[in-house]
Design a protein around this ligand. Structure first.
Ligand code: CMC
Length: 365
C-alpha cells in the first residue's frame, strides 16, 4: 500500500473547474479569474460565476438576483423552533440546526435532479444571511428584521443585523467579505461536503457536513480565534510576549499559516485594504494598527528563529474587519459560511455531474 500522507498533504483527490490556487506565487482564481478582479463584482455575480461557470451579463444577473431576493425570507415558525438553540456561543451550531430544520420544509429535499438542486441552491444562498442576522437579534432580545429587497446581499445582511442602513463602504466591505470567503478549492469543509455529495446524499445534508467541518479552529473557526486574540492582546505592548509565549509552547497564532500558501494569502491582502478603509472611515484604527504590528512581530520572530515566515491567512484581516463593523466574534464562523455557501454549492454540482464515491483506504497498524 502507498505511503500515508498525514493530513492528505499534497494529495490530489479530483479534477475541478471551480478554482485554482498557486500557493507559491500566491494566486487564487475562481473559474479562471483572479480574485483581485472578482472582489469588485457583486456577491450575486460571483455566486453565478461559481455555479454556472461564467460571469453573468446583465440579462442573466438580474433574474438570478431577483430569485435570490425572492427567497430571502424565512418562515417565522422556523425561527420559533430555533429559539431553544444555544446563542451564547458561535452561531454556527444554530445555523447547522436551522439548515437541518429547513430541509424538512423543502419540497425538493430528496429530488436530486439538476433543476431541483438549482432551486435548493438559491434558497440556501438567499437564507443564510437572514438566519444569521435573525439569530443575532434573537440572542440580544431584539425584534427580527425582515430582508429589504432593495439592498444587495451584503448591505441587506448588515441592515437585518443592525436595523439601520450601513454606509456605502460598509456594504461594499460585506460584499467583498462574502466574495473572498466564497471558494477555496479542496479546503476541509468543501472536501467534507464533496464526500457527502459523492454518496448521492442530498444538498442540505452535504451543506451540513460543510458547516460542521468549517466550525473547527484550524479552519473557519480561526476567524473567531483571531478576534478573541485581538481582545486578549489588547495593546501593542503585549504583542511580543503573547507571540513568544505561544511559539515557545508550540501553540498556534490564529489567522497565520496555511497548508497551501507558502507566501502571502492573496485574500488577506484584499481584506487588509478593505479593513484599513473601514477603520479610516470610522476613525478607529486601534484594531487595524494592532493587527499590522502582530503581523510584523510574527514575521520577525520567525526570521530570528530561522523558521520560514508564516504569513497572515484569510482569517486574519477578516477578523479585524468584523471588529470594525461591530460584529461580535461569536458570529464570525457563521458569517464565513454565508460567503462559502455558493462555493459549496458549485462543488456539490460538480461532484454530482461526474460522480464516483469518495472512498480512500487506511493503512492498518
Ligand atoms: N502559529 C504558529 N506556528 C505555526 C502556525 C501558526 N498559526 N501555522 C503553522 N505553524 C508552524 C507549525 O508549528 C509548524 O512548525 P514546525 O515545522 O516547527 O513544526 C509549521 O509551521 C508547519 O505547520 P503545519 O501544522 O504542518 O501546517 P499545516 O499545513 O498542517 O496547518 C494550518 C495549516 C492553517 C492548520 C496552520 O497553519 C494553523 O494551525 N494555523 C492557525 C489556525 C488558522 O489560522 N486556520 C485558518 C486556516 S486558513 C483558512 C481556513 O481554512 O479557514
Amino acid at each position: 500500500m502507498d505511503q500515508v500522507k498525514k493530513g492528505l498533504e499534497g494529495v490530489v483527490a479530483l479534477d475541478t473547474q471551480i478554482s485554482f490556487i498557486d500557493g507559491v506565487q500566491g494566486i487564487l482564481r475562481y473559474r479562471g479569474i483572479e480574485i483581485e478582479k472578482l472582489a469588485d463584482l457583486s456577491y450575486d455575480a460571483v455566486s453565478y460565476l461559481l455555479i454556472y461557470g461564467k460571469i453573468p451579463d446583465a440579462g442573466e444577473l438580474k433574474p438570478f438576483s431577483m430569485e435570490l431576493i425572492k427567497e430571502r425570507d424565512v418562515h417565522p415558525h422556523l425561527l420559533d423552533m430555533l429559539k431553544f438553540c444555544d446563542f451564547e456561543h458561535e452561531f454556527l451550531d444554530a445555523l447547522r440546526t436551522a439548515i437541518s430544520v429547513c430541509a424538512h420544509f423543502d419540497e425538493d429535499l430528496n429530488d436530486i435532479s439538476e433543476q431541483a438542486n438549482v432551486r435548493k441552491a438559491i434558497r440556501l444562498i438567499a437564507r443564510f444571511p437572514t438566519l444569521v442576522a435573525a439569530f443575532y437579534r434573537m440572542a440580544n432580545g431584539l425584534e427580527v428584521i425582515s430582508p429589504d429587497p432593495s439592498l444587495s446581499h451584503g448591505a441587506n445582511f448588515l441592515y437585518m443585523l443592525r436595523g439601520a442602513l450601513p454606509t456605502a463602504l460598509e456594504a461594499q466591505a460585506m460584499e467583498k467579505d462574502f466574495i473572498l470567503s466564497a471558494e477555496h478549492e479542496l479546503n476541509p469543509s468543501t472536501f467534507a461536503l464533496r464526500i457527502t455529495a459523492s454518496t448521492l446524499s442530498d444538498m442540505h445534508s452535504a451543506v451540513i457536513s460543510g458547516l460542521c467541518t468549517l466550525k473547527g479552529s484550524l479552519h473557519g473557526g480561526a476567524r473567531e480565534g483571531v478576534m478573541d486574540m485581538l481582545d486578549d492582546i489588547g495593546s501593542a505592548d503585549n504583542i511580543a510576549a503573547y507571540v513568544q509565549e505561544h511559539l515557545e509552547h508550540k501553540q498556534r497564532i490564529m489567522g497565520f499559516g496555511h497548508r497551501v500558501y507558502k507566501t502571502y494569502d492573496p485574500r488577506a491582502r484584499i481584506y487588509r485594504d478593505i479593513a484599513m478603509q473601514v477603520a479610516t472611515e470610522k476613525g478607529k484604527s486601534h484594531w487595524f494598527d494592532l493587527a499590522r504590528e502582530i503581523e510584523s512581530v510574527m514575521y520577525h520572530e520567525m526570521v530570528e528563529n530561522k523558521h520560514k515566515p508564516i504569513y497572515p491567512n484569510v482569517d486574519f484581516y477578516s477578523g479585524v474587519l468584523y471588529k470594525d463593523l461591530d460584529i461580535p466574534s461569536y458570529m464570525a464562523t457563521s458569517i464565513f459560511a454565508i460567503g462559502r455557501i455558493s462555493g459549496w454549492i458549485a462543488h456539490f454540482m460538480e461532484q454530482y455531474a461526474d460522480n464516483r464515491v469518495i472512498r480512500p483506504r487506511a493503512h492498518f497498524v
